[in-house]
Every structure is written in C-alpha cells, then in structure tokens.
Design a protein around this ligand. Sequence first.
Ligand SMILES: NC(=O)c1ccc[n+]([C@@H]2O[C@H](COP(=O)([O-])OP(=O)(O)OC[C@H]3O[C@@H](n4cnc5c(N)ncnc54)[C@H](O)[C@@H]3O)[C@@H](O)[C@H]2O)c1
Length: 256
Amino acid sequence: MTSIETDAATTTSNVTFDFNGQTVIVTGAARGIGLELGRFFCRSGATVYLVDFDADALDTATAEVGCRGAVADVSDTRSVRAVIDRAIAETDRIDVLVNNAGILRDRMLWKLTDEDYEQVMAVHAGGTFRFTRACVPHFRERGYGRVVNVTSYTGLHGNPGQANYAMAKAGVIGFTKTAAKELARFGVTVNAISPNAETRMIASIPDDKRAELTAQIPLGRFADPREMAAAVAFLASADAGYITGVVVPVDGGISI
Ligand SMILES: NC(=O)c1ccc[n+]([C@@H]2O[C@H](COP(=O)([O-])OP(=O)(O)OC[C@H]3O[C@@H](n4cnc5c(N)ncnc54)[C@H](O)[C@@H]3O)[C@@H](O)[C@H]2O)c1
C-alpha cells in the first residue's frame, strides 16, 4: 500500500456526520461508490436503503453492511415508486436520495447502437429523473429533502467513446440545476458530485486508456470509492441547506 492510499483510507474513515434518525436511499449501491456511500450513511446512524437491480450482489452488500435492500431497476417507474412507498411505509420519512446507479456502453459514436444509447440514457438520466420525481410529494409535504446526483467529468467536458454517457450525464447536470430551482421553495436542495474513483466501472477501461487518464489527474491516482463520502455527506447534511444546484468535482483535479 502506498502512503497516498494509506492517507486516503485514514482520511475517509475519520469522516463523521450525524444522520441519526434519517432515512437515506442510495441507488446503484450493490458495489462501487454506491456501496461505500451506503456503508458511510449506515455508520452515521441513518436507516439506509441500498437499491440495485443486481439481486445477488445486493444480498451480499446488505448482509455485510447490515442495512435494508431493495431490488429495483431505476429505469422502471413502477419499481422506483415501490421503493419510495416502502421506505415511507417503514420509516415514515425520506431525508436523502443519492442517484448513483450507472452503466457504461462505450463505443465511438459511429458504432453506438440505439440500444447502447437508450440503455445509458434510461439508467443515468431516466433513473435520476424517476427517483427524484417519486420523492417530491413527500419532500414537499415535509418541507425538507436532500438530493445528491452523480454525474461525471464526461458530462462536463466530453470524452471520446462516451457520446451516450456524456449526453446522459450532461442531462443529469441540467436536471440538477432545474430541480434545484423548482424545489428550493420546499426546503429541498439538489446538488451533484462528479467523481473519479477506482471501481468496476474504471477497471473496465483498457489499460492504455486508463494510464492516459491517470496521467491527466493532478493528484496522480483514481480515488478510493470511500473518498466520495465526505462530499456527498456534506451536500446531504442539514447544514448544507444554503447550497443548491452545484456540481462538486471529487476528481483529483482532472476537471481543472
Ligand atoms: N468510478 C468512477 O470513476 C466514476 C466516474 C464518473 C462517474 N461515475 C458515476 O458514479 C456512479 C457509480 O459508479 P461506480 O463506478 O460505482 O459503478 P459500478 O459499476 O461499480 O456500480 C454501479 C451500480 O449500479 C447498478 N445499476 C446499474 N444499472 C442499474 C439499474 N438500471 N437499476 C439499478 N441499479 C443499477 C449496478 O448493478 C452497480 O451495482 C455511476 O453513476 C457512474 O456513472 C463513476
């Protein structure tokens, strides 16, 4: 383990925020960034629902974290509503929604199929839209809510081979800003992070492309997924109530 990795682990394990009594929903949480966020919110006292469409991985994740799991496809309105209804029925509240679920179908533009485009849009843009929309009546009624969306460097700056993903993640940014404006009057903030973390998604990038990407990161490495927690926790906290509609890069400086 390098000293950088050691420092990263130490820093993230010391992050403390109090989410006692709150209900937190994290999508795409069977692994990667979502799973680490689930772990973090659980440790911070929240009742956490990990949402994923991979039932087996979700079982393993919830057993290990010791929280609740909901098998759902974020691109399906009915499943999304069922998760929200269940969380409200069981805990009487939803405080925080993290729209994190994601897939990649990378190819150059001229090779992308309709399916590659539609699936990526349906999960990233569609999932964020569906989950947030489903929470709004509850947020309005309580006069409180925190939404943290997960966008990407690609949505901000573009990246060859990811036209579908760039379009979806740029859509998430436009959605974040619009929802922030619409929901502000109800005490709801809507923000986003733009991460850069060592997960299965990054492992799927070919070695040469990955080395090229790492060379562009001023901090010289991809993050440990645990390093996403501090920014998400801050945006999800009651104390960040005067911050809305922003995209916080948690990306080692790649977007500078
Ligand atoms: N890892 C990075 O560096 C990076 C960079 C930029 C953006 N992101 C974004 O961060 C988020 C998390 O990425 P990750 O690296 O942890 O990926 P990951 O592949 O490790 O995890 C994504 C999870 O989402 C789930 N998922 C996919 N489609 C779903 C659906 N339709 N319904 C429910 N669950 C679904 C998967 O089963 C998986 O468990 C994604 O939105 C991704 O686009 C990641």
